[in-house]
Design a protein around this ligand. Structure first.
Ligand code: MLT
Length: 255
């Protein structure tokens, strides 16, 4: 099938760093990292298929298709290899990219994400969320998710920002991504073969992808550091931007 024509930001010069956003958000969630890192590397931030400014080309797709979209974006930009960092759903996609297009990754950053697939309960929850969005739209899903996305210390301004970014997404994109996440495979068997510099970052209070799972992924990746960010929840890059960017700087410094 034809690849989605992703909208993206491309800022700075030098080594390419691709930042893949979480669900139900878009590339705007990486604003602080773009500002902090574009002075030293080239920061590429796509809106994944259907999200943000990017168009929805096909009704149904898998996590692998989002990964193929990212590989196609690298082709368009003439980039052979890049440091790929994904947060949560972005991490599922980064892992799919590592499986499908391994030579495109020079380094890997997995943030607040999981290599494990959804369990039976998780899959049923996705179906409930799909039904909710179909019947009532995106806003009730965002309200349902907010307490899990942000930790108790998040400011009211941050809650408003995440709510508004979530509410601006198109229902079709949300439904497609929920189905893709529900059906994603177990990426755990892949980890021990990813012999590239890697970092696993997690907010200390992340209830969706908790620190013990991050540590387990870090133990399987041959060249990973694990960074647990104190006080942060699931969207650790938004809640602790300086610590998160510093962790990415350390990854980028590794050869
Ligand atoms: C995300 O932050 O991308 C989602 O919470 C991931 C998920 O629902 O599995």
């Amino acid at each position: 099938m034809s690849r989605a024509d992703l909208c993206f930001d491309d800022t700075g010069r030098g080594e390419p760093l691709v930042l893949l956003h979480a669900f139900p958000l878009d590339g705007r969630m990486w604003l602080a990292q773009k500002d902090e890192l574009a002075g030293s590397v080239r920061v590429i931030v796509p809106d994944l298929r259907g999200f943000g400014r990017s168009a929805e080309l096909a009704a149904a797709h898998s996590i692998d298709e989002y990964a193929d979209d990212v590989a196609a974006l690298l082709d368009t930009l003439g980039i052979d290899r890049a440091t790929i960092v994904g947060l949560s759903m972005g991490g599922y996609i980064a892992l799919a990219l590592a499986r499908l297009h391994p030579r495109r990754l020079s380094r890997l950053g997995l943030a607040d994400t999981r290599s494990l697939p959804d369990n039976v309960e998780g899959r049923a929850g996705r179906d409930q969320n799909i039904a909710l969005v179909k019947s009532e739209g995106v806003a009730p899903l965002v309200e349902r998710m907010l307490p899990k996305l942000l930790g108790p210390g998040a400011s009211a301004e941050m809650v408003t920002r995440v709510r508004s970014m979530g509410n601006s997404q198109k229902p079709a994109a949300i439904i497609a991504a929920l189905a893709a996440m529900r059906d994603r495979p177990d990426s755990t068997p892949l980890l021990s073969g990813l012999n590239i510099p890697a970092i696993v970052i997690v907010g200390e209070a992340d209830p969706i992808s908790p620190p013990e799972e991050a540590r387990a992924m870090g133990a399987l990746l041959p060249r990973a550091e694990v960074e647990v960010i104190p006080g942060a929840g699931h969207l650790a890059n938004l809640e602790a931007p300086a610590a998160f960017s510093e962790a990415l700087r350390r990854l980028l410094a590794r050869g």
